[in-house]
Write a protein that binds this ligand. Structure first.
Ligand code: 13P
Length: 251
């Protein structure tokens, strides 16, 4: 049985003070939900204070990116040891990184390897654009992103990942993918590619999250599907009541 996993990607929102206020509201709602994994991914600036607040709550902390070099002259980048000092998780390859900041399957692959090497759990994001979806290319694009982003990993390394399928057209638009369509991609494309890369047993154990306009009123529909193991939540993770309600739906 795969444990359900609910993560909040706060994106570029919340100052330190605002992040602390949101975490203060979230902790009492999330801490008791011990049957699922719950993770907060605030901006880099809020990681240090939140790491302190989340200690002994059972709630995990994740960064939204990391660089692959360990240290050096890479102005404004954040290195794996810096993230691993505070976090257990790191989001890699979010579509906003791919769209606005030149992220590719190759750079995703470098970040995934760096994250795994330092013991972080990568939450690897994949998903097709509206154009690709309308051209009937969803399976091809998603499969390519899985194979490229996770290239050269051994099965034991592959077993440590979390994958998030986030169709770009569903992010922040209110146009969520239907639970049946998302489940079909998870089962027939993502898990099939993972099985070919890492073997059936590893693939069956991996958590595949859905992301894209997940809200309290639609979350439960996703969580009852065979191959949707949780959610990566954007907008609704910024409201404590909404994110707690989504996590409760996963329970
Ligand atoms: P929304 O939940 O705001 O659509 O964002 C999804 C997302 O991009 C999470 O990483």
């Amino acid at each position: 049985m795969r444990k359900k996993f609910v993560a909040g990607n706060w994106k570029m929102n919340k100052t330190v003070a605002e992040a602390q206020a949101l975490a203060t509201e979230l902790i009492p709602g999330l801490a008791p939900l011990t049957s699922i994994e719950r993770v907060l991914c605030p901006p880099f600036t809020a990681l240090h204070p939140l790491a302190g607040m989340l200690q002994n709550t059972g709630i995990g902390l994740g960064a939204q990116n990391l660089y692959w070099e360990t240290s050096g002259a890479y102005t404004a980048e954040v290195a794996p040891p810096m993230v691993a000092e505070l976090c257990q998780y790191v989001i890699i390859g979010h579509s906003e990184r791919r769209q606005y900041f030149g992220e590719t399957d190759e750079t995703v692959n470098k970040r995934v390897k760096a994250a795994l090497a330092i013991g972080l759990t990568p939450i690897v994001c994949i998903g097709e654009t509206l154009e690709e979806n309308q051209a009937g290319k969803t399976a091809e694009i998603v499969s390519r992103q899985v194979r490229g982003g996770l290239a050269d990993l051994t099965p034991p390394e592959g077993a440590k990942l979390v994958v998030a399928y986030e169709p770009v057209w569903a992010i922040g638009t209110g146009l969520a993918a239907s639970e049946v369509d998302a489940n079909t991609i998870h089962r027939d494309v993502v898990r099939v590619a993972l099985a070919e890369m890492f073997g059936a047993e590893v693939a069956q154990g991996l958590q595949i999250l859905y992301g894209g306009s997940v809200k309290p009123n639609n979350a439960a529909n996703y969580f009852t599907q065979s191959d949707i193991d949780g959610a990566l939540v954007g907008g609704a993770s910024l409201k404590a009541a909404d994110f707690v309600a989504i996590a409760q739906a996963a329970v």
